[in-house]
Design a protein around this ligand. Sequence first.
Ligand SMILES: [Zn+2]
Length: 184
Amino acid sequence: MAILELQIDDAPILRQKAAAVERIDDDLLQLIEDMFETMYAVEGIGLAAPQVGILQRVIIVDIEAHFCEYPLIALINPVITEAIGEELGEEGCLSLPGRRGIVRRAMEITVEGMLPNGKKIKFNADSLMARVVQHEIDHLNGILFIDRLIAEDQKLLEERKEEVEEGKDTRCKIQNTRCQPLES
Ligand SMILES: [Zn+2]
């Protein structure tokens, strides 16, 4: 296991499209292990391979600390096959330290991909899980959350900050309590 170097800010690799994984081998499994170690070291909840300098379509997500029922997952060649609704939520990114923004994302998604054991998986995700998966898949296409910021949405972030400063913490507005178990 090793902690990998995070690609940040203007690193060119963050703007490149990652290639599909063609076979699962020891190098890939090692990469996934190292990605988990790297993500936990910086207390992240999701990470895509380009963020550690590898242009392959691999993402990991672990939101258990926030939302109980979604187990941690590593997904190879993930694809969103269905997207429903729209939801605003605050995001940051391990590759863009210190930056936050309100991003419009699909509320519920269906995701297909492969697990590290080679098994195909298809599952539905909502709330934070849907948001993180969409954010990480964006990384595989060279897209960062700052590309998706719409000026009028950012007012919400400002209002929220003011309310937090005034002691009216509105964090719960952006949270959602529904969780769905994974289905394979
Ligand atoms: Zn990110």
